[in-house]
Every structure is written in structure tokens, then in C-alpha cells.
Design a binder for this molecule. Structure first.
Ligand SMILES: C[S@@+](CC[C@H](N)C(=O)[O-])C[C@H]1O[C@@H](n2cnc3c(N)ncnc32)[C@H](O)[C@@H]1O
Length: 249
């Protein structure tokens, strides 16, 4: 699910398919991005000619679908941070876990076989300095967002797209790594019918990458109806891998 770029397919998916050798029969890419689907299908078809490569163009959190109708043994994988990038207020305790559990519960409905294997990774890095280094590397990209807002939204009034700085925080009460704009000056503007008054120094959250600890993530997995077969934690690597089995629906 969510294969991403061709590089990600080669780095993360190929080792999984290779591990099954000739017994791997079919690969199904699930993504909302047609570009990602096409890339994944082509990469797999070329590198593993014995594997039938297919796609499902769907949202794995919102849509209803089954991975396959006649697959005897299935393994779904979800690598990367997708499920933990949640568009919620990063200060509301409890809400992110509820959303993660809801997303995992929907994913559980996609399994079609009796085996229902699922491998998922999480980033458990809660070190503010290393999070800052990682997310601040994107600062110039983030700062284009106010310009895109001005270009694409019906903004009226005092809105300065150059009047923002970027900050990265870790919020222990919700385990959010929250990226926000800090207004460098007061602004007063409207977007359609909504009025905004922004004070100098005000923080405007625009991206959360939740960095749940392993206990929280595991609780959400179990509450969503999965059994944990194995959790792989490596020293000095904040990325954790869980091997799961979906309980029957
Ligand atoms: C951050 S990339 C991760 C790519 C790759 N798995 C990796 O670990 O590098 C997220 C991918 O998932 C897809 N994606 C994100 N949310 C999705 C959803 N709800 N349903 C389907 N695809 C989704 C995106 O289009 C993108 O290809």
C-alpha cells in the first residue's frame, strides 16, 4: 500500500518480493497516485517477470476494496509515515491515537484470504534535535506554501506570503512532531467567507508527523483488530517494524 516513488519501490518493496523467491505470484500496488501505481507496476514487472503486477487505484483509508478474491496467502505492506501524518490539532490529547486506530481498522477490511498478514513500519523518533534537522531541511519548500495560498485561494486583505518563518516542535502530550508557520508580522485577511486575524509571533500548525512510541502504536494496532506476531526494534534506529495478522472480521 502506498508504494511511492520508483526509488522507494526498489529500496523497500524489492527485498520483500525477493524474499519469497519463485513462490511470489502476484503484486498489487494500492495508491491514490496514478504515477505511483504505474511506477510500481513497471518496476516490479521488469525486475520480477514471474510476478503478475496489478494495481488498485484507491484510498486505503477511505475506500472499500479487497486485495484479491482468490489469493491463498497474502502479505500487505505499508512502509513510511503515511498513517501517522494526521491533519488534526496537535494539542488535542487522544485524538491522534483514535485516528490511527480508525485507519488501521479500515485497512483490516481489505484482507481477502485466510492468512491476512500485514507488515507496517513506524518512526518512533522523539528526539527534538534530530526531528528539527530532518524537517527543517524542507524549510524552503514549506515556505512556498503561503505563496501557493495567495496564488490559488481567494485571499483578501493584509496577507504577506513572505511574512512567515517555520518552526518544528515535539509535543510530548500527543507525541506530535508538529511543523508550523510563525507569523513575523500581524496580518488580517479573509479567505472566502472566513476571517483570520494573525498576531505577530502566532503559531499556525500545518503539518503533523506523529512519532508514537512503540507502546502507543502497538495499542492502536491491537485495538484495530490485529495480533502482533513480532516487533523488530534495532538499537540506534528509530524506525520500528511490526509483523501482524489481522483477526477475522
Ligand atoms: C510518503 S509516501 C511513502 C512511499 C513509500 N512507501 C516509502 O516508504 O518511501 C506515501 C505514498 O502513499 C500514497 N498514499 C498516501 N495516503 C494514501 C491513502 N490514504 N490511500 C492510498 N495511497 C496513499 C501516496 O500517494 C504515496 O505514494
Amino acid at each position: 500500500m502506498g508504494p511511492g516513488s520508483r526509488d522507494a519501490v526498489r529500496d523497500k518493496l524489492f527485498p520483500v518480493i525477493s524474499a519469497f523467491g519463485k513462490s511470489a505470484k502476484e503484486y498489487i500496488a494500492v495508491d491514490v497516485s496514478e504515477k505511483s501505481l504505474l511506477g510500481a507496476k513497471e518496476e516490479v514487472a521488469v525486475a520480477f517477470p514471474h510476478v503478475q503486477a496489478n494495481v488498485i487505484h484507491a484510498d486505503f483509508v477511505q475506500d472499500n476494496f479487497r486485495f484479491g478474491k482468490s489469493i491463498p496467502v497474502e502479505l500487505a505492506t505499508l512502509f513510511g509515515l503515511t498513517l501517522c501524518n494526521l491533519p488534526v490539532d496537535p494539542l488535542v490529547a487522544g485524538l491522534p491515537e483514535k485516528m490511527l486506530t480508525a485507519s488501521l481498522s479500515r485497512i483490516r477490511t481489505h484482507f481477502a484470504s485466510a492468512s491476512r498478514n500485514f507488515v507496517i513500519t513506524q518512526d518512533a523518533n522523539q528526539d527534538l534535535e534530530s526531528l528539527r534537522r530532518a524537517y527543517m531541511a524542507q524549510k524552503e519548500l514549506y515556505l512556498t506554501l503561503p505563496h501557493l495560498m495567495l496564488r490559488d485561494l481567494p485571499i483578501k486583505g493584509k496577507f504577506n506570503p513572505d511574512g512567515f518563518d517555520v518552526d518544528v516542535e515535539f509535543i510530548p502530550s500527543t507525541q506530535a512532531c508538529a511543523v508550523s508557520f510563525i507569523a513575523k508580522e500581524a496580518m488580517q485577511f479573509s479567505i472566502k467567507d472566513e476571517n483570520f486575524q494573525v498576531k505577530r509571533g502566532q503559531r499556525l500548525y500545518f503539518h503533523n508527523a506523529f512519532k508514537f512510541d512503540v507502546a502507543t502504536f502497538t495499542r492502536c494496532i491491537r485495538n484495530a483488530g490485529f495480533d502482533v506476531l513480532e516487533t523488530v526494534v534495532q538499537a540506534k534506529n528509530p524506525c520500528v517494524l511490526h509483523v501482524l495478522k489481522a483477526r477475522p472480521a
